[in-house]
Ligand binder design. Structure first.
Ligand SMILES: N=c1c2ncn([C@@H]3O[C@H](COP(=O)(O)OP(=O)(O)OP(=O)(O)O)[C@@H](O)[C@H]3O)c2ncn1[C@@H]1O[C@H](COP(=O)(O)O)[C@@H](O)[C@H]1O
Length: 106
């Protein structure tokens, strides 16, 4: 079983102790621009998959995206705890949709 935090720890471990030949090491070696390109591609694949009736595609592409986002966070030295704290700050926040001007140009 692997949750997102465990996945983050694993890719951070790959950052601190490179495992030559691993895909994660390949991404770090290529650098930030390559990681960003992958995040962009995988995000697009999630969008395309969401329009596909096969929900397994969406699950598969979402897992790909989450993995590449975890690599990006580790590369940029953002800890998983910082993301958790940011999410926690939002707990219980009410969206103020009624104060927001209606979007009419869609
Ligand atoms: N969750 C993942 C994961 N999701 C996707 N991928 C890889 O992401 C790549 C995405 O496929 P693409 O076809 O888009 O990319 P590609 O053609 O292989 O390569 P490029 O386009 O980047 O050149 C595949 O090679 C997948 O193997 C992952 N690779 C690793 N993990 C996890 O990270 C752990 C460590 O992996 P290694 O560092 O490879 O040992 C693994 O045990 C997994 O738990």
């Amino acid at each position: 079983m692997q949750d997102l935090e465990e996945l983050y720890k694993l890719v951070l471990e790959r950052k601190n102790n490179p495992k030559k030949g691993s895909y994660t090491d390949y991404l770090y070696t290529k650098g930030l621009d390559k990681i960003l390109k992958k995040v962009g591609e995988e995000a697009t694949e999630v969008v395309v998959a969401a329009k596909n009736p096969d929900r397994n595609e969406l699950i598969y592409e979402t897992a790909d995206l989450l993995y590449h986002v975890m690599v990006l966070l580790a590369e940029q030295k953002v800890s998983y705890d910082e993301i958790k704290k940011e999410l926690a700050k939002r707990e219980g926040l009410m969206s103020k949709t009624k104060d927001r001007p209606e979007i009419t140009d869609l």
